[in-house]
Design a protein around this ligand. Structure first.
Ligand SMILES: [Zn+2]
Length: 217
């Protein structure tokens, strides 16, 4: 689990198994946790399934059917999900988003856009983003893989209408990596000055295009 400041708000980014990402923002009016379809929310021993949830026949756990706010009623022991309006997959020019780097195909990188900071909403299902090397930085970048790595989460903005795929930019100091993965052991790297270091294996890098809003200090 990561916690950090997303501009002015506290956000939490969870990373589950199979590289599933989830962004939870704490500024929901009722401070309820946001869940996504298939996410485990309770055990059958603790709660009985209510609205928008199901019991998984495989592992017996109660899971969510929808994107929504989790409600665990401690008196009635009913677990349910209050469904939320799903973000229509239309991003507008200059919209600020978080995206996970999936692969490099010079001169572009393919990313998975998972969250809109502008609209304060997770993007479910996620949509594809394309970052061209020319839009990575105001400084010259030769290869995107020099400044970004697999599994990094970047703060980027949409450069033109239309998509998916949506064309992204990480130019400017506010944009770039907000959570980096260690290329040696895939742990999340921490920032110290201009250097990112891996608390697990000690690997260091200072070549990344790091956002001012890097989350792990
Ligand atoms: Zn490492």
């Amino acid at each position: 689990m990561y916690t950090g400041l997303d501009s002015s708000r506290l956000i939490i980014i969870y990373m589950g198994a199979n590289s599933l990402f989830k962004v939870v923002y704490m500024e929901t009016p009722d401070k309820k946790q946001i869940v996504i379809p298939g996410e485990e929310i309770a055990t059958i021993e603790e709660y009985s399934p209510g609205k928008n949830v199901f019991q998984d026949a495989g592992d017996g756990l109660i899971k969510s059917k929808k994107v929504g706010r989790l409600r665990l009623d401690v008196k009635t022991h009913v677990a349910e999900v209050e469904s939320m309006k799903i973000h229509k997959n239309v991003l507008t020019k200059n919209e600020v988003v978080y995206a996970v780097v999936e692969r490099f195909e010079d001169p572009i990188a393919v990313l998975r856009i998972i969250y809109s900071e502008s609209k304060k909403t997770p993007i479910v299902p996620s949509v594809t983003g394309i970052l061209h090397v020319a839009n990575a930085s105001n400084s010259r970048v030769r290869y995107l893989s020099d400044v970004f790595g697999y599994g990094d989460i970047v703060r980027a903005y949409v450069v033109e209408e239309g998509g998916p795929p949506f064309y992204l930019s990480t130019r400017g100091r506010q944009f770039g990596v907000i959570v980096a993965k260690c290329p040696k052991c895939m742990s999340s790297m921490r920032k110290r000055g201009i250097v990112l270091y891996c608390p697990q294996c000690g690997y260091k890098t200072k070549n990344k295009k790091i956002s001012l809003y890097y989350l792990l200090k």
